[in-house]
Write a protein that binds this ligand. Structure first.
Ligand code: NAP
Length: 329
């Protein structure tokens, strides 16, 4: 089979697609013939050696795939050959065939395309755990999503809206704001405005009043984080999801005390590794919201597997809307 193989960390264009042996399923594992592969910002960090967890080399990057099960190992019972599934892995999905534990495989609804299946995975899981578990969301609260037009952000907008929130989308252009409105945002604020430390809060107040927001799903870091923290309501929660700006913010503990607010972190892959049954239940909830017409993954760009580096370059160009997909073969 063909697969992207990282032999040494470095820029994505330096990595190659190689012919490698087909994977064979061990006990509890399945092999998936890939039809659509989700592209995520962390894939780029893993390839460049900048991610918090780096696989032993050589490895194939890629954290999510949708396809058809072509082989199952001993002891596999829930998933069968021929099933249409989505799978979540720490790495290994930029390939024509993907090996996955059965526990992190999810049978897709019949009506869902492989593209939608690959798109309705990591980004939605991340935003769901950020909002519901780490953010302790209560129905009717106000939620600000930063980096809202990206993969994780747009999923956060949709999920928050589906669960009854008033949603503010933080974006950097009118076009990106329009996309967020189409996916459920009630208000849009401009994260390209000058002096975000003050101007972000002013925009939030103009949208929902001086109380501020109950929850921030914070995907960007840097000045966006600083401004969003100041936009929190009494007893508000800011969930640190990512640092798309590549700038790590700092928090003064006295500020949390004085404002009666909390900053909490989210590392979604920990849930997948420590409690796959919980992740299965959340995926079932996401599929139910999809079936009810409340989630509509936005796939904006498609690339053949061989052009994975062109897809990843889009993150640096800040041109990504929703999700990008790689197609093998
Ligand atoms: N915690 C977890 O478990 C977890 C899981 C998955 C991903 N993540 C992280 O979540 C973040 C988002 O991932 P993603 O896949 O959604 O990436 P993405 O599709 O590239 O989205 C990133 C978003 O951030 C915005 N952004 C980037 N730099 C910005 C800046 N300086 N000011 C304002 N907005 C800025 C982008 O807007 P523009 O397009 O306008 O630049 C875009 O909307 C990444 O940091 C990723 O590593 C965390």
């Amino acid at each position: 089979m063909r697969a992207v193989v990282v032999r040494g960390h470095g820029p994505a264009p330096d990595q190659r697609v190689e012919t490698v042996p087909d994977p064979q399923p061990g006990p509890g594992e399945v092999v998936i013939d890939a039809r659509a592969i989700g592209v995520n910002f962390p894939d780029l960090l893993v390839i460049e050696g900048k991610y918090q967890f780096l696989p032993p080399r050589p490895f194939s990057p890629g954290k999510e795939v949708a396809g058809v099960v072509s082989a199952v190992g001993a002891g596999v019972g829930r998933i069968k050959v021929g099933d249409r599934v989505m799978a979540q892995r720490e790495y290994g999905c930029y390939a024509e065939k993907v090996l996955s534990p059965e526990a992190t495989c999810y049978r897709m609804p019949d009506a869902m395309s492989f593209e939608e299946g690959a798109a309705l995975g990591l980004a939605y899981q991340t935003s769901h755990f950020a909002l519901v578990d780490r953010g302790a969301y209560r129905a009717g609260e106000t939620v600000l999503v930063t980096g809202a037009s990206g993969g994780v952000g747009l999923a956060g907008v949709e999920i928050a809206k589906a669960l009854g929130a008033t949603v503010i989308a933080g974006v950097t252009s009118p076009e990106k704001g329009e996309l967020c409105r189409r996916h459920g945002a009630d208000h849009v604020i401009d994260l390209s405005a000058p002096d975000l430390r003050d101007s972000l809060r002013e925009q939030v107040h103009a949208a929902v009043g001086k109380r501020g927001v109950d929850i921030v799903l914070e995907n960007v870091g840097g000045e966006v984080f600083d401004g969003a923290l100041r936009a929190l309501a009494w007893c508000g929660r800011l969930v640190v999801v990512g640092f798309a700006s590549m700038r790590l913010p700092e928090v003064k503990a006295n500020y949390l005390l004085v404002k009666n607010i909390a900053v909490v972190g989210l590392q979604w892959s920990d849930y997948r590794e420590r409690d796959p049954g919980w992740v299965q239940r959340v995926q079932a909830e996401l599929y139910a919201l999809y079936a009810a017409g409340k989630l509509r993954p936005h796939v904006s760009e498609r690339y053949p597997l061989e052009r994975f580096a062109d897809a990843l370059a889009r993150f640096g160009a800040r041109g990504v809307l929703g999700k990008m997909i790689l197609t093998p073969g």
